[in-house]
Design a protein around this ligand. Sequence first.
Ligand code: SF4
Length: 313
Amino acid sequence: MRTLFIYPEFPKTFWSYEKILELVNRKVLLPPLGMCTVAALLPQEWEMKLVDRNVREVTEAEWDWAEMVIISGMIVQKDDMAVQIGRAKERGLPVAVGGPFASSTPDAPELDQADFKILDEGEITLPMFLEALERGETTGRFTSEGDKPDVTATPIPRFDLLELDAYDSMSVQFSRGCPFNCEFCDIIVLYGRKPRTKTPEQLVAELQYLYDLGWRRSIFLVDDNFIGNKRNAKLLLPQIRTWQEERGYPFSFATEASVDLADDEDMMRMMHDARFESVFLGIETPDESSLETARKVQNTRNPLDAAVDRITA
Ligand code: SF4
């Protein structure tokens, strides 16, 4: 099956950083890691191409080559998602959609023309999709019915499908889910409140694959809360440190974490030793009553300014 993955364009916002990216001569901050993971979960004998529309347009040759189109994106990408689905359908191509937007709002009008909706986490629903194809079905909706997959069997993402030079950082994922319960957060809806992690060996194998592909810049650990499972994060960090030491520290890391990172000196030291250079903290607001209303109570336990000072010290 000749499969064309299309990652829709993001609208220009604060988070698209286009002016900063111009300065560092890159087109996009981060790659579509989810699509690389989906590609790794599909039969490897399939031919695959991936076009990130934030990097470039899909060429006519790529449209002509494709036998199937897979499109995935977040809510902010929904307009271009609809455009790309329409372009594929104009060419008579079957279209499968997945990812956070489709999973959270599968009946959204932007997805009306999609033939297959592969919802939730692909480790569970991609095999259902493949079985439907084998049965000759031409439409379908596949959900995990609330089940969450064990990610210790998730294969190394197909980073080789990316145009690596276009990106400022590469992405890897160690965990999915977060133990907290912030009222506004879709992470716990999509991935649950029990963080599931890969094994340290899996994550290190992903780093090695990126290294073998020639990557030598920064890595963003896309976990929504890297310290959601502290025990497993502490099993991973020494292995990253050793891997880095043996290769002369080819990567620097950034990630996201809850502000209670400030209470864990060991974790901060281990992250520093593995060469984590920045961490994105969800502060949201210093107003305690707003934090309580939003159920972000972990940010009310200690003064936020003192916590940030400890993390940046
Ligand atoms: S700490 Fe972050 S990831 Fe966890 S529930 Fe709150 S906003 Fe979501």
